[in-house]
Ligand binder design. Sequence first.
Ligand code: PGA
Length: 260
Amino acid sequence: MEILIRDTLKASAQMAARVVLKIIHSEEKTVLGLATGGTPLRMYQELIRMKQTGELSFKNCTTFNLDEYAGLLPEDERSYHYYMMSNFFDHVDIDRKHVHLPDGNTENLRDACRKYEQQIKNAGGIDLQVLGIGANGHIGFNEPTGSFASRTWVKILSEQTIQDNSVYFEKQEEVPRHVVTMGIATIMESRHCLLLANGAKKADAIRKMIEGPISASCPASILQMHPRVTVVLDEEAAYLLTFKDHYKWVEKNKLDWQSY
Ligand code: PGA
């Protein structure tokens, strides 16, 4: 894993955006996997800024989001559809025909999940998958002890995630218990993963993900088996890492073409 540690939230968001920029510039057409939540918000703001200054265009991008709540309408402000439109897609030049989010609001969720997997395949797979991490080590909405072989499917949120995400809802009881999420195997097939984490609340999950044993108890730890993962952290999220100095040393000694 490539571990990049930055002093501030702003610097880590800028770093993450540069990873996205590099991949978009290196491919004729790019398939991006995107994430929601509090963590990537600043990265989206930075990408919007890059679009405004003409550094970057999303015209040749196709996107697939990681997950969505079941039972919320796309226009519901708490849905990830709404989040993506208002925080990103409404501000960039992406063709809406190329935007995909899991459909959490259909009669037949299982068919919708199978169709989503097929759409990712038809697009040629994901070039860069942006990920956050839950305080319990989840990626997407793949909660601890779920299968590493899982595909896009309907999942049940853990009580901890319901509690963590209740800040976006008026009452904890309003947080949907069911979600649709890309599976761990879906995520592992993407060609490059970019995982972002900020704040001391994520430090334990980050330590387990990078330096702990590979275990379904920390779903993100499977990324140790992925050939290309970039992790962008602020100092707080990195504070429990045993090999923090080594990661900084490695970054300092990168070859030019390895930088973003
Ligand atoms: P957060 O969520 O960015 O809101 O902390 C991350 C996640 O649960 O994957």
